[in-house]
Design a protein around this ligand. Structure first.
Ligand SMILES: [Zn+2]
Length: 382
């Protein structure tokens, strides 16, 4: 009680004391307050002006973006380049890139370099497998996209040389050659998918994590080629448990090794083999010990260029590939198809250079599935 009373008296005394201040003091204080309020007001006004400016700037930016977007309409598509986005795209299949001898499943480094040079000169430009299946094709106008894939994760796909504790990419491995080519030709993007299997992809046990991250960090891709190169047509593999284990366990392992939240969602069939029909949905989706996988693309082994991702017959669960080889390939090798596209250029996918517009010649209109065009604009020309 006594303490409360004391507190009350103190408050009262303070009030009286304050009231006893001279008028001058009060005026001064008022002035000070006025100045303070004024300053605050000015500050607020400045802020408001600044914000207004910023938002105007933002609006201007948005509207100039809109203008840019608006600029990219049909009138910006150069029809003299004969854009043909319903045309065919090659998904190339490599295995070994060797300093040794050329063979059916091995391309020499020299021949691999030749392939890149020929593709470049003939107007082919790499895109990622994901962009291909999603029809997110940003290849410049007049050029043809191509998808590069490497199966089996051999050491010569990505070989690391360690010297004095420093790691360098072997200039004679696939990645080394691709990087050098991209450096020399920046308009030939560094895009490729490496389909690996097992727990030692690229065959340098201590460098598995380093290599997988190296590829992903460079903007290239890692795909699934099962736990132990499992042929899904083999009788012993044709069951619900085995299929999910071979795909799911590998995807889980690869994702656990890659630092970013990268998804392993493309799968190349080993020996191009599938299980019986009833089990085939498990190639796309399934789970292994609680880990779920979902493949957006399944790649076959052969044997011809793929139809466009907007073609009625395009099936991302069964993508055809062209063998990037000159040995025992008959009419199904890279050079046979390059020749075919030279001879029949109207078969080839030619980009219109505008990602949001799908440009198709009237003659090919019946080939396309309008559902597959999605949000994009379809532009038919004659
Ligand atoms: Zn394989």
């Amino acid at each position: 009680m006594a303490i409360k009373k004391l507190a009350l008296y103190t408050v009262m005394a303070t009030t009286i004391l304050l009231a006893a201040c001279s008028n001058d003091e009060i005026a001064k204080n008022d002035n000070k307050n006025d100045v303070k309020v004024k300053q605050e007001q000015e500050q607020q006004d400045k802020e408001a002006v600044k914000q207004e400016k910023q938002s105007k700037q933002g609006e201007e930016n948005i509207s100039s973006e809109k203008n840019n977007e608006a600029k990219k309409d049909e009138s910006d598509i150069d029809l003299t380049l004969k854009p043909n986005e319903s045309g065919e795209i090659m998904v190339l299949m490599y295995h070994s890139i060797t300093t040794g001898k050329e063979s059916e499943w091995a391309r020499t480094t020299e021949n691999f370099k030749k392939d890149l040079k020929v593709l470049y000169e003939k107007g082919y430009r790499p895109i990622s497998l994901t962009d291909f299946v999603n029809n997110n094709i940003t290849t410049p106008a007049g050029y043809t996209p191509v998808v590069l894939t490497f199966d089996d994760g051999l050491q010569n796909n990505l070989n690391i040389i360690e010297k004095d504790g420093k790691k360098t990419v072997d200039p004679n491995c696939a990645v080394g050659i691709l990087e050098a080519f991209n450096k020399e030709h920046p308009d030939f993007p560094l895009e490729a998918t490496f389909f690996v299997y097992g727990s030692n992809p690229f065959r340098q046990k201590d460098l598995v994590k380093y290599k997988l991250n190296y590829i992903v960090n460079k903007g290239m891709d890692i795909g699934n080629h099962t736990v132990s190169h499992n042929d899904m047509s083999k009788k012993s593999n044709q069951n619900v448990k085995a299929i999910q284990e071979y795909i799911g366990k590998e995807a889980q392992f690869l994702e656990s090794m890659i630092d970013s939240d990268y998804k392993i969602n493309t799968y190349a069939l080993c020996n191009g083999a599938r299980p019986m029909k009833d089990l085939q949905p498990l190639l796309e989706k399934g789970s292994y010990k609680g880990f779920e996988y979902h493949n957006i693309a399944i790649l076959n082994v052969g044997a011809r260029p793929s139809v466009s991702p907007i073609d009625k017959n395009f099936n991302p669960m069964s993508i055809k590939r062209v063998r990037a080889s000159e040995t025992n390939v008959g009419r199904f090798g890279l050079y046979a198809y390059l020749e075919m596209f030279d001879k029949y250029p109207q078969k080839r996918f030619i980009s219109d250079g505008v990602a949001d517009i799908v440009t198709v010649n009237k003659k090919n209109e019946n080939k396309i599935d309008k559902q597959k065009i999605g949000d994009k604009k379809l532009y038919i020309y004659e």
